[in-house]
Design a protein around this ligand. Structure first.
Ligand SMILES: [Cu+2]
Length: 174
């Protein structure tokens, strides 16, 4: 009699070590205050740089995209080169949309807060803001019709300590 040496392959058992559960992006603080998501008013003396933003009647911000680092305080000098009132308001897209709807219903509404600046034609204004959280923060002009016309932009906040490239030049400034 022939002995068959076929060996049954033992089933490989994979230990399903709970693979890294992706961080949900929710901060654990528990206070669901939306304005925390965009940062906080900054102290002008601590501003690491000044970013010039130009606003025109073409319903555009120039530049419409700004890159900052988490923790950085930026002084925005916002110039209105147009003939009508414009403004720059920082917020989450949701907040901006809600605020915009409110503005449309109440065109005469005066609004002022530290995350925004309303600028008369030919004038300049300032926002000093500290970006405490990494991610994308939107900004827009909430004057009626302007947001719809595309008067918006975004600030991209890169995470603190995150090495952008593996070239070891993360801290190298030119
Ligand atoms: Cu505008």
């Amino acid at each position: 009699m022939k002995f068959t040496s076929h060996r049954t392959l033992s089933a490989l058992v994979f230990a399903f070590a709970s693979t890294s559960v992706l961080a949900s992006g929710n901060h654990p603080g528990g206070h669901g205050h939306d304005s925390d998501a965009i940062g906080k008013p900054g102290v002008a003396a601590k501003a690491s740089r000044t970013v010039q933003i130009d606003m025109t009647d073409a319903m555009r911000f120039t530049p419409s995209s700004v890159e900052v680092k988490q923790g950085e305080t930026v002084r925005f000098v916002v110039k209105n080169s147009g003939q009508v009132k414009h403004e720059m308001v920082l917020g989450t897209e949701k907040e901006l949309k809600e605020h915009y709807e409110l503005m449309k219903k109440n065109p005469e509404m005066e609004h002022a807060d530290e995350n925004m600046v309303t600028v008369a034609p030919g004038k300049s204004g300032e926002i000093v803001w500290q970006f405490t959280k990494a991610g994308k923060i939107d900004f827009a002009c909430l004057q009626p019709g302007h947001y719809d016309a595309g008067m918006k932009g975004a600030v991209k906040v890169s995470a603190k300590g995150a090495a952008p490239k593996a070239d070891g030049h993360a801290d190298h400034k030119h």
